[in-house]
Write a protein that binds this ligand. Structure first.
Ligand code: F0G
Length: 376
């Protein structure tokens, strides 16, 4: 039975037998081959989606939160606090509820998806909406934790990234090394070999820049321990209206439909730049239009529902492919993993707003058949 990321990766995490493990059995999320997406877009790659929306609270934040809350409990903390664009607050509230801790969350008023707000509220967090953005909320929670005995559980808490790096471990375990158990009938390699293997490229959305930092650490640790023999190029994508790292300066008023990554001054800025540089990857941006296009394609072609911000990873692949990144790639085709950071149900309103609205008819067979195009 899967017991969550702390039990699965204990040897790689800063825990002892004294650490009380607070878990919702997070992790072990699907690595979904995206064949139809590759075909539709003529992408000369083997693309996999690491579907982190399948974590207990619907986002990758649960990996870091199980560790941050377990360590807070070990240190006899009574309360935790975070600033959030939504997912961190949902996860912090859920794990705090489980641990019996109080939680306080600061969110930008009107700029978080309803599902995330609902989660923070139902799990009993004290939710404070500020008339400001995430960056301002983060400054406030830092100040509060300097003055009061409350544990900060944003990703500047080192345990958060330690937990999040485990997604990289799972990916290496899910991929099959070239030449091992290759399925001749498929352009794709089968999942789950005995020999671990890193992807050639790893694409993910960048907001506060913690996750790209954590993944790079995870890949490096598996490399150093001899579990994998290559490292991926780390490809981070910010939303164009909230792309401080790409622009090289803070963005005072970040603006994007991808509210989860609406951040103008990322906490892990330097570490994210290092991850991209050291891995020979890059940090780039995608427009809101590109994000929405990828969001709809992932859902329509693969049956995978992610939140808009998550689709920045796939939008990044599409943009990079158009710019020739995979041209002349070696055979077998490059293995590319995209992290889909959060579940689409977090922001159902956004999805509904992007679709053709359902038609309402009287409850009789003739009217229904007409709408289905089956009428005479
Ligand atoms: N995708 C989603 C769905 C997110 O919620 C976040 C961050 C990111 C991507 C970016 O990850 O910050 O590690 O670069 N959400 C934070 C929050 C900021 O408060 O929930 P990052």
């Amino acid at each position: 039975m899967w017991l969550g990321i702390i039990e699965a990766y204990r040897n790689f995490l800063p825990v002892t037998e004294k650490t009380p493990v607070v878990t919702l059995f997070e992790g072990n999320t699907p690595l979904v081959p995206a064949r139809r997406l590759c075909e539709a877009l003529s992408l000369p790659i083997d693309l996999y989606l690491k579907y982190e929306g399948m974590n207990p609270t619907g986002s990758f934040k649960d990996r870091g939160m199980t560790l941050a809350i377990s360590k807070a409990k070990e240190a006899n903390a009574q309360a935790v606090i975070c600033a959030s664009t939504g997912n961190t607050s949902a996860s912090a509230a859920a794990f705090s509820a489980r641990a019996g801790l109080s939680s306080y969350v600061l969110i930008p008023e009107g700029k978080i998806a309803m599902g995330k707000l609902a989660q923070a509220m139902i799990h009993g967090a004290t939710v404070v909406q500020i008339k400001g953005n995430f960056d301002e909320a983060l400054v406030l929670v830092k100040e509060i934790t300097e003055k009061y005995p409350i544990t900060l559980v944003n990703s500047i808490n080192p345990y958060r990234l330690e937990g999040q790096k485990t997604a990289a471990f799972e990916i290496c375990e899910g991929l099959v090394a070239p030449g091992v158990l290759a399925a001749p009938q498929s352009a794709f390699r089968p999942l789950g070999s005995l020999k671990l293997c890193a992807p050639d490229y790893h694409f993910l959305p960048v907001g506060n820049a913690g996750n790209i930092t954590a993944y790079w650490r995870g890949y490096q640790e598996y490399h150093q321990s001899g579990k994998i023999s290559t490292l991926p190029k780390m490809m981070g994508f910010q939303a164009a209206g909230a792309a401080p790292i790409v622009l090289g300066h803070r963005v005072e008023k970040p603006d994007t439909i991808a509210t989860a990554i609406r951040i103008g001054n990322p906490a892990s800025w330097k570490a994210a730049v290092s991850a991209a540089l050291e891995s020979q990857g890059r940090i780039d941006s995608v427009t809101d239009e590109e994000i929405v296009d990828a969001y709809q394609k992932i859902a329509a072609l693969e049956g995978v529902f992610c939140e808009p911000s998550s689709a920045a990873s796939v939008a990044g692949v599409i943009k990079s492919a158009k710019a020739g990144l995979f041209v002349g790639a070696r055979s077998p085709r490059p293995v590319v993993v995209c992290t889909l950071t959060g579940h689409g149900l977090k922001d159902a309103d956004f999805a509904v707003g992007k679709c053709k609205q359902p038609v309402t008819v009287k409850a009789n067979i003739g009217d229904v058949l007409n709408v289905l195009g089956l009428g005479r």
